[in-house]
Design a protein around this ligand. Structure first.
Ligand code: FES
Length: 110
């Protein structure tokens, strides 16, 4: 499986603890900064469709604004329901560009 990196933002566009919404080839995602580590997941919460672009980032998790479920920014897993999992995507920084590989890295939702 080959990587197909897409530039989605520039370093400095996302403050630590924040997320932004991006559209990569028609796929809605969020890209966030947790401390000094960027992450990307699907935008819509697997519980009931909450918009994670309005979520909060806290110590390795993104917290859905709708009902407060916490999802690992690495694995997409939530302790609320082990079978529900966000799709996550690989992120890298090249120079001043933040890039996402739109091929799902983890996750089971559609
Ligand atoms: S919609 Fe996200 S926790 Fe319910």
């Amino acid at each position: 499986m080959s990587e197909q990196w897409r530039a989605v933002a520039r370093v400095g566009d996302i403050r630590s603890g924040d997320v932004i919404a991006v559209d990569v080839d028609g796929t809605e995602m969020i890209v966030g900064l947790d401390g000094d580590r960027y992450f990307a997941t699907q935008r819509r919460c697997v519980h009931s469709g909450g918009d994670l672009a309005d979520g909060i980032v806290s110590r390795g998790h993104v917290i859905c604004p709708q009902h407060g479920w916490r999802f690992s920014t690495l694995s997409g897993q939530t302790p609320e329901k082990s079978l529900l999992c966000l799709v996550t995507y690989a992120v890298r920084v090249v120079g001043e560009q933040i890039e996402v590989d739109p091929q799902p890295r983890t996750g089971t939702s559609s």
